[in-house]
Design a protein around this ligand. Structure first.
Ligand code: MN3
Length: 213
């Protein structure tokens, strides 16, 4: 993902059928190629009109959207969030075998949630409790303390450090699960890329940039 304008759609990091049976091919085609792509196109169109903000990194656009010109403020808030969230959403899923948190992340989950089941239960409540469209997140604050938060629409938990996120917009699950958000959550949870998330958390704790390309 580029750090600033112009943004381009990163390829899906695995095949469209790679998350079957949990997440279907049609869902991934629509979700990545249509929804994610639209956030990218819209964000570029908004910034096209305002060259002075084209150097702003994505995370700055998200956190300082209320300093932007009135005519693009809400649009950038929605679409920069949509870009950031979807980039991370697809990267934190994997077609690989079931995995578990490792290293410092495993220790932090034990400290803050008791165990992985404890985290899952809090995250599931958050995902199911988000009224309407939004996200449930696992995020870290500056000292590494973990928390689960939910956000509406395309808002992010920044400046907390996002580690894992469950998309609970209906477009993420309706083709596969219709109204059964709880079933989608269970399936999504099985595809979580714990090695990637553990690596990101360990890097953050060591003071490295928490995500790399
Ligand atoms: Mn989505």
């Amino acid at each position: 993902m580029e750090s600033h304008y112009p943004f381009t759609l990163p390829p899906l990091p695995y095949g469209y059928d790679a998350l079957l049976p949990e997440i279907g091919e049609r869902t991934l085609h629509f979700h990545h190629d249509k929804h994610f792509a639209t956030y990218i196109d819209n964000l570029n169109k908004l910034l096209e009109k305002h060259p002075s903000f084209q150097e702003w990194p994505l995370e700055r656009l998200i956190q300082e959207w209320n300093r932007l010109p009135e005519d693009i403020r809400q649009g950038v808030r929605n679409n920069a969030g949509g870009v950031y969230n979807h980039d991370l959403y697809f990267k934190t899923l994997t077609p690989g075998p079931a995995s578990s948190p490792e290293g410092p992340l495993a220790a932090a989950i034990a400290r803050d949630f008791g165990d992985l089941e404890g985290l899952k239960s809090v995250m599931k409540n958050s995902a199911l409790g988000q009224f309407g469209s939004g996200w449930a997140w696992l995020a870290a604050c500056g000292d590494g303390q973990l928390s689960v938060v939910k956000t509406a629409n395309q808002d992010t938990p920044l400046p907390l450090v996002p580690l894992l996120l469950c998309d609970v917009w209906e477009h993420a699950y309706y083709l596969d699960y219709q109204n059964r958000r709880a079933d989608y959550f269970e399936s999504w949870w099985r595809k979580v890329n714990w090695p990637e998330i553990s690596h990101a958390y360990a890097g953050f704790m060591e003071g490295r940039p928490h995500r790399t390309e």
